[in-house]
Design a protein around this ligand. Structure first.
Ligand SMILES: O=C(O)C1=C[C@@H](OP(=O)(O)O)[C@@H](O)[C@H](O)C1
Ligand SMILES: C=C(OP(=O)(O)O)C(=O)O
Length: 422
């Protein structure tokens, strides 16, 4: 892209035609780990073009053929940049893979906690040290350990990625895994996605109360086909809500998705966007008027990646909604609560915290003469605020390349849909 700022407008405010979304980043990253542990049994189709998936692919290739060293004998440096799922999944994967690894990432990655996962792996017998700050990347992993025990208890309310990381390696552990989820489980659909994809590859589990058991077992020969990305679809729902006319077809999305973010279809009925599941994909339409939903509340506990899309869209439509389940947003690509508060404030909207509930206050909303959005190295900040071009006539997005993390064709697709981008 090159440019440090993009200016967006959409003169006709009309969205028509098909938008071919890339594969789900979450499904792709699971498929890659399952494949890597399958001994050549598993093929993957429709892998995401997300930078995070490309990064994980490269990291897995590097760990299969270690070469680069960091000075210390045979230490393979694996740098996953800003890819959180890759960091968590690789921590578990490298812990059971022979070799010595230095697993690192971006400056932000060094602020995203990983202690819960490292503690769990260490309990099982893994050898993992912190290279800088205790509880955070980078990690020094001496892979390939003798398993001490199968049972481990893991806190569930910080990130489901820790649990998914453990479940993905469970069948390859000599004693298997008995994973007890401690306390509340956040982002539950991501955990069930992990179990469902393992099941597709022939790996069975038993889940009773708060304990998930996976016995040592081989994967079966199969092809995992990745569905397009529902989180990416959410931005098109927001655009449809803010457009004058919208009739968009999103090929290959399914109603019985593994992705919790398919919840956007239901949420957006309250924002004036209708969904029809057709054969071969989903059709979304701007419906006549946007029903008021003021004083109602939306919970993002199961779909945290939709929060920015929905909150920004609600702000543009002047809906004073309340939100819960935002507790994990502060440890993602940026502190997403603070980022939202700053950027919404640029057009007079407040996101006020009251304990676990956040209230959107749109009474002071105004149309600024120039709206320039900062993106905080967070792809979802760029993509959630871009639809505002339809509401305010024009919006400028700083550091637009951030979208590459999950949706590299985002700006290209916007252009194809009539956005003027300069
Ligand atoms: O497992 C996954 O693929 C993901 C789980 C979620 O994270 P948390 O479990 O940390 O909420 C989500 O926000 C992230 O984008 C992808
Ligand atoms: C939180 C996200 O990703 P990750 O945790 O994998 O960096 C995201 O894509 O919104």
């Amino acid at each position: 892209m090159g440019s440090q700022v993009l200016r967006l407008s959409h003169p006709s405010k009309t969205l028509l035609g098909a938008v071919p979304l890339t594969g789900s980043k979450s499904e792709s990253n699971r498929a890659l780990i399952i494949q890597a542990l399958s001994g050549g049994n598993v093929a993957v189709e429709n892998l995401s073009s997300a930078a995070d998936t490309v990064t994980l692919c490269r990291a897995l290739a590097l760990s299969a053929a270690p070469g680069e060293t960091s000075g210390e004998a045979h230490e393979t440096v694996v740098d996953i940049g800003p890819a959180g799922t890759a960091m968590r999944f690789l921590t578990a994967y490298l812990a059971i893979t022979n070799g010595r690894y230095f697993l690192t990432g971006s400056e932000r990655m060094k602020q995203r906690p990983i202690g819960i996962l490292v503690d769990a792996l260490t309990t099982l017998g893994a050898d993992i040290q912190y290279a800088e700050r205790v509880g955070y990347p980078p990690l020094v992993i001496r892979g390939g350990f003798e398993q001490q025990r199968p049972a481990v208890k893991v806190q569930g309310n910080v990130s489901s990625q820790y649990l998914s990381a453990l479940l993905l390696i469970a069948a390859a552990l000599p004693k298997g895994l008995e994973l007890q989820i401690d306390g509340e489980l956040t982002s539950r659909p991501y955990l069930t996605m992990t179990l469902d994809m393992l099941a597709e590859a022939g790996i069975e589990h038993h889940w009773v109360d708060d304990v998930i058991v996976i016995k040592p077992q081989p994967t079966k020969a199969t092809t995992l086909t990745v569905e397009p990305d529902w989180s990416a679809a959410s931005y098109w729902y927001a655009m449809a809500a803010l457009a004058k006319t919208a009739d968009l077809f999103l090929p290959n999305l399914k109603s019985n998705s593994l992705q919790g973010d398919a919840a956007i279809a239901n949420i957006m009925t309250g924002f004036g966007v209708g969904t029809v599941f057709e054969s071969g994909g989903v059709r979304i339409r701007h419906t006549a008027s946007s029903p008021t939903q003021d004083s109602s509340s939306l919970d993002f506990r199961e779909c945290p990646d939709l929060a920015q899309t929905v909150i920004v869209c609600a702000a543009a439509l002047g809906k004073d909604l309340s939100f819960t389940g935002l507790h994990t947003l502060r440890i993602k690509e940026t502190d997403r609560i603070a980022a939202l508060q700053n950027e919404l404030g640029k057009f007079g909207v407040a996101l006020e915290q009251d304990g676990e509930v956040y209230h959107l206050r749109t009474a002071g909303r105004y149309q600024p003469s120039r709206l320039v959005i900062d993106t905080y190295e967070d792809h979802r900040m760029a993509m959630a605020f871009a639809p505002l071009a339809l509401a305010f006539g024009q919006v400028e997005i700083n550091d637009p390349d951030v979208v590459e993390k999950s949706y590299p064709d985002f700006w290209k697709h916007l252009k194809q849909q009539g956005f003027v981008i300069s």
